[in-house]
Design a protein around this ligand. Structure first.
Ligand code: MSK
Length: 634
């Protein structure tokens, strides 16, 4: 019996899964319980073949691994490796975008173009590229080269770290974590944590921080910037979310994964008259695209493509029996999908040279032939419509509207209205006590929690207390499903101060800012808030906080680390696997604040976690001597 998901739609589809002996993530999760205590506490070491070794957390059994590593070394090494893997994943995504920009600039790739030339020029200037009278393509070529060079750079510093306030840059230099190049920091996190290398836990964690900073201020930030340049910067857009976006009478195609290169061109290809006609020939009314995971966020933000669901719903989407094809690239794609799909007609198509999946058809995607490959994949999906077994179709009715597409350029432009496009109105709203502060609530969903509820409960509590919330990833879709991402949500859920601002500007109290890599939009927003003035001279002085209530991926660890090292208080719903080491836990949850201004906290109750964040925001307001909240309740 699967664990209750806290979501009636999921529960209905899980009943169908159970009737058909289909195993889902909730079943497999239950089979893993009780989870290994050593692994959970971070005191299991599998790094070399002396082991696996484990430390007895109660102090009765072994206190050292065979090589002599203690719980401090083991847990910090594990954590550093997790962060490096997360950073590698995002940075490789950014690398693909940079290589594409370069090849677009050189004219080798023709199916993409420069959609935001103003942003191209702004970013090129940051990389010290002279604009002069160069064409957009020439600038793109030079920018692509400059960025790729930074991936391999051996010394110096990353260009985009210069966006950070002076104090953050000084903190990184003082503590010797200023990242030199993207690849070197990821590689070094692995080399330093090899058997017999770095074993002083604070020094090991320097490697975790360096690797994470190259994610936040390097690979991920590059991925976001280049996506905007190549696919267009998002603008606020209304769309729909939840499995109810699937259609009974259309060819349903799910776009799942992370890199927007394929998904964006599929949106273009899906409008091809010939393909639409082909769909009609097979008896469908049209082609219905929708997204899962962060690919959903990418095509939602730029094209208004509906979001079918978040990470935990990928198997359930197939169980609706109404999906002709699920097209995947990289990250967060469950290996179980092919097993689930055996009971239905859904075709699973993997596309990335970086990831193949057992049981999936692989049609490799190459940017040079982007449109042709996209059309080929769509054709396969359309031709599969005739195989849909109507007796197996169970599309849930539920869907919700949302407004997404907020970026750090347009969101506060919205706050300022067309006459005052700057961060001044946001800062003024915080100074005057209408908005208490800003919280980023981001990250995955996890069967350890009641699916999505932690996100929604935490966010409701925050906005009730006048905290403006910004979101990315699966957290964004969880809250969208709960109806929190519409301007109307301000009237139902927000405190009076936040409500007043949302009403004036016409924005939701919860702003969806994109995919996992787009967490860097939140970093950029913090830099802009500091620049605008009046609420702190560095990121750590701002009345802001972050949370990932249901995190699960290694990318979440890298994201959390780059926020902490940039001065932000980050609360996780389940702890990092360090609790087996008192020293490491104390270091990252307390001492580290002295070095960076940010720190970690762990709290599973979303309401209590929200109040940890509110308490932190209030502490910052007090330090800044800001006015009391206009409509204070708490
Ligand atoms: S998709 S990393 S489950 S947010 Fe980015 Fe969602 Fe987490 Fe994957």
């Amino acid at each position: 019996m699967a664990k209750p998901t806290g979501n009636p739609i999921n529960d209905e589809l899980l009943k169908i899964a159970a009737q058909n002996n289909i195993s889902t993530i909730w079943d497999r999760f239950m089979e893993q319980e009780p989870h290994c205590g050593f692994g959970t506490l971070g005191v299991c070491c599998k790094i070399c073949n002396l082991g696996p070794c484990r430390i007895d957390p109660f102090g009765e059994g072994a206190q050292k691994g065979a090589c002599g590593a203690d719980s401090d070394t083991i847990s910090s090494r594990n954590l550093a490796r997790n962060a490096a893997a997360g950073a590698a994943c995002h940075s490789d995504h950014g690398r693909t975008m940079a290589k594409t920009l370069l090849d677009v600039g050189k004219g080798i790739i023709k199916d993409y173009s420069i959609k935001d030339p103003a942003k191209l020029k702004r970013l090129a200037s940051e990389f010290c590229i002279k604009i002069e009278d160069k064409s957009d393509l020439k600038i793109a070529e030079e920018l692509g080269e400059a960025i790729l060079k930074e991936y391999g750079q051996q010394e110096g510093e990353l260009t985009l770290t210069k966006r950070a306030p002076k104090k953050q840059q000084e903190n990184w230099k003082k503590t010797n974590v200023n990242p030199r190049g993207i690849d070197i920091e990821v590689v070094q996190a692995f080399s330093r944590t090899h058997i017999g290398c770095d074993n002083e836990y604070k020094h090991v964690l320097e490697a975790a921080i360096r690797a994470s900073l190259v994610d936040g201020w390097g690979g991920s930030m590059i991925a976001t910037e280049l996506s905007d340049i190549l696919f267009g910067s998002p603008e606020p857009i209304r769309a729909e979310v939840n499995l109810g976006v699937l259609k009974e009478d259309e060819v349903n195609i799910l776009l799942h994964g992370h890199e927007p290169l394929l998904s964006d061109i599929i949106v273009t290809a899906s409008q091809d008259k010939e393909l639409v006609e082909l769909a009609k020939k097979y008896g469908a009314k049209g082609i219905n695209l929708s997204g899962i995971c962060c690919t959903a966020a990418e095509v939602l933000m730029r094209h208004g493509v509906p979001m079918a669901g978040n990470f935990l719903q990928q198997e359930l989407a197939i169980i609706t029996g109404a999906v002709e094809a699920m097209i995947v690239d990289i990250q967060c794609i469950m290996p179980s999908l092919s097993e689930v799909a055996k009971s239905f007609h859904t075709k699973l198509i993997s596309t990335s040279p970086k990831a193949k999946f057992v049981g999936m058809e692989h049609i490799e995607f190459h940017e040079k032939d982007a449109l042709a490959i996209a059309k080929k994949i769509l054709r396969i999906a359309i031709e599969n419509y005739k195989n849909r077994d109507r007796s197996k179709v169970n599309i849930p009715k539920e869907k919700m509207t949302l407004v997404a597409g907020f970026t750090m350029e347009n969101v506060f432009y919205n706050l300022g209205g067309s006459f005052r496009p700057s961060y001044r109105p946001l800062n003024d709203a915080i100074i005057s006590g209408r908005i208490r502060g800003v919280a980023g609530v981001v990250g995955c969903d996890n069967p350890k929690n009641e699916s999505g509820l932690c996100h929604a409960d935490m966010v409701k509590e925050l906005i009730k207390n006048d905290v403006l919330v910004v979101q990315t990833g699966c957290s964004g879709s969880a809250c969208a499903k709960a109806g929190l991402l519409t301007p109307e949500a301000a009237f139902r859920f927000a405190g009076d101060g936040l409500k007043e601002i949302c009403e004036t500007v016409g924005i939701p109290p919860v702003l969806h800012t994109g995919s996992c890599v787009d967490n860097t939009r939140i970093l950029t927003a913090c830099c802009e808030m500091v620049k605008e003035g009046g609420i702190g001279n560095s990121i750590d002085e701002l009345p802001v906080a972050g949370a990932a209530p249901e995190w699960m991926s290694e990318k979440a660890i890298a994201i959390g680390w780059y926020f902490v090292a940039s001065g932000i208080f980050v609360v996780l719903g389940t702890p990092l696997r360090v609790l087996g080491s008192k020293n490491v836990t104390n270091y990252i949850c307390n001492e580290i604040e002295q070095l960076y201004g940010g720190k970690w906290a762990f709290e599973s109750d979303p309401i209590k976690a929200a109040h940890l964040m509110i308490g932190h925001i209030d502490k910052k307001r007090e330090a800044l001597k800001l006015k009391p909240l206009i409509y204070a309740k708490v």
